[in-house]
Design a protein around this ligand. Structure first.
Ligand SMILES: [Zn+2]
Length: 239
């Protein structure tokens, strides 16, 4: 799976339990680390359950800690960002396949300088029920004492042993794998919408690979099992 180097193949259900357990332990952690840990675990759970990017999960948990509402629109990261020509002010999407701002410079002869604008694009995020209302105070304190996207990446790597982005992919796998294989069997189009992914091909390709791997394992088991069966049925004297 070299193409998805960040994908550690985390099992969704097992990871969810690990994070719930971590949150429970964080609640009883005393001292200054307590609130930081509560906030970190709550954000990682939110990332897993929404299949989001870490910053989107942090924004959602931050908004919930402030107003108590579990559903928020947060700024979608990365894919929606926009480039503005410094000379004429026209804006161009960054995610377009062709680098449109470059083409604009070539055609207009404007100074090839642009400014990156934050995306105006938003996505729906929901703080999951596993994070309790009683956690709000600790979460707010944790965030105030400096739980950032960067510190979350470090926290996850150090204490949990995985990259936060693999939580996004654990969610993808969970939603898309067929029910017989323990998933929810959802269509890639729906998953792409839920996760606010612009690149549907990536979701389809990722899944095809997951399903293919699972089928390959299944096939391997069948082949291994058959010689034994034959021996039993035939009752032959073969070794
Ligand atoms: Zn221009």
């Amino acid at each position: 799976m070299g193409r998805y180097a960040w994908d550690m193949g985390l099992d969704y259900s097992a990871t969810r339990l690990i994070l719930i357990d971590g949150l429970a332990r964080a609640r009883s952690t005393t001292g200054v680390f307590g609130p930081k840990r509560v906030a970190s675990q709550a954000i990682l759970l939110t990332q897993l359950k929404n299949g989001s990017r870490i910053s989107e999960a942090r924004d959602a948990v931050d908004a919930w800690a402030r107003d108590g509402s579990r559903e928020h629109q947060v700024r979608a990261r990365k894919e929606g960002s926009v480039r503005k020509c410094d000379q004429c002010g026209r804006t161009y999407s960054k995610r377009a396949r062709v680098n449109t701002v470059e083409r604009h410079f070539a055609q207009s002869g404007h100074q090839p300088k642009f400014t990156e604008l934050p995306s105006a694009d938003t996505r729906t995020m929901i703080v999951p029920a596993e994070v309790g209302d009683a956690d709000r105070v600790a979460v707010r304190r944790g965030l105030e004492s400096g739980v950032t996207a960067k510190s979350l990446v470090n926290f996850s790597r150090r204490h949990l042993g995985f990259n936060t982005h693999s939580l996004r992919y654990a969610n993808t796998t969970h939603q898309g794998l067929p029910r017989e294989q323990g998933g929810l069997g959802r269509e890639p189009q729906v998953i792409a919408k839920i996760q606010h992914r612009k690149n549907l091909n990536l979701v389809v390709d990722y899944f095809s690979q997951k399903v293919a791997d699972a089928l390959l394992r299944e096939d391997a088991r069948v082949v291994l099992a058959s010689p034994r069966q034959e021996t039993m049925v035939g009752g032959s004297t073969e070794e």
